[in-house]
Design a protein around this ligand. Structure first.
Ligand code: HEM
Length: 273
């Protein structure tokens, strides 16, 4: 999987039209398509039920622990979590559009603050749902999502600190890493679907405890992070061969993301609307 900050291409005009820039833009558009579908699902499925207090409606979709009668704090944490999920999914896409940063810096700054608050809320609230409410199927899955929360919190702090210090190149690097790991739960859904389409579900256990489940529990944050890192390095000082290699990786990632996102819509999101 991959992530892109289209701004890196635009901040280097001489190289904007090379294969790396084109592949980064393609990969961003694939991610945007998939995350817009995820956002649309959250807005259509979770917003009406959560905002009207009809929490029982969550359970029309398979969940580990959605609405539980009498569990007021658990239900409220869950409601806050799904409401913020749409904010971070849409907000991250907006942050990466270079034209918005260039033309409306105030929008970038305010959306950035909202993005950071949603990253903190989702990570800390998600940790509470996992460990205090006891929402997990396997311990491996719980540790995988915990690692993701730690990465989100760390990168959010580093991106914020660099922005405050007006070290914008550094800020963009940490922000891109943050985007990669903050998108992990979405990558996980897309990853399951892409793998299912390609292999028929090899290695997926009945209780989500197969080898593929264990791998994806950590790969959902570490693979996008690795791809983001390769992109950052190739675009900053990569050789021509390295830039082409990373461009190919971004191109393939974009195709996988498109397939996985279409599958996720057809299987995981669309049928519940
Ligand atoms: C940062 C981006 C995140 C987004 C966009 C997000 C999104 C969501 C969504 C949409 C759901 C509802 C389940 C569904 O319909 O698929 C959910 C549930 C949940 N999330 Fe997150 N989440 C994020 C981060 C986290 C983190 C970091 C953790 C844990 C540390 C976490 C833990 C949980 C738990 C435990 C549930 C309940 C699952 C269930 O009952 O089936 N989330 N999340």
């Amino acid at each position: 999987m991959a992530t892109i900050d289209a701004s890196f291409a635009s901040s280097r005009p001489a190289r904007r039209t090379d294969w790396l820039g084109r592949a980064a833009t393609f990969c961003y558009l694939a991610i945007a398509a998939g995350q817009l579908l995820f956002t649309a699902f959250i807005l259509a499925f979770y917003y009406p039920s959560s905002l009207s207090g009809d929490f029982a409606a969550w359970n029309t979709k398979p969940l580990i622990k959605g609405f539980v009668a009498g569990d007021v704090s658990g239900n409220l944490f869950f409601a806050a979590h799904v409401l913020m999920a749409a904010v971070i999914s849409f907000g991250g896409l907006v942050q990466l559009i270079p034209a918005i940063r260039g033309r409306w810096p105030a929008v970038h700054r305010w959306n950035g603050r909202v993005y950071l608050v949603s990253a903190l809320t989702l990570s800390l609230g998600g940790l509470w749902l996992t460990w205090a409410r006891g929402t997990w199927l396997t311990l491996t899955g719980a540790f995988g999502i915990t690692l993701d929360a730690m990465l989100i919190l760390t990168f959010a702090a580093l991106a914020y600190r660099a922005a405050r210090a007006r070290r914008f190149a550094l800020h963009r690097s940490w922000a891109l890493r943050l985007f990669a790991v903050a998108s992990a739960v979405w990558f996980m859904r897309v990853g399951y679907m892409a793998w299912g389409i390609a292999t028929g579900g090899a290695g997926i256990g009945k209780a989500m405890d197969g080898p593929f489940d264990i791998l994806l529990a950590f790969a959902n944050s570490l693979v996008p992070l690795a791809v983001a890192e390769l992109y950052l390095r190739a675009s900053a000082h990569g050789t021509a061969a390295a830039r082409k290699g990373v461009a190919a990786l971004l191109g393939v990632s974009g195709l996988i993301i498109l397939g996985g996102s279409a599958g996720a819509w057809m299987v995981m999101w669309g049928p519940y609307l």
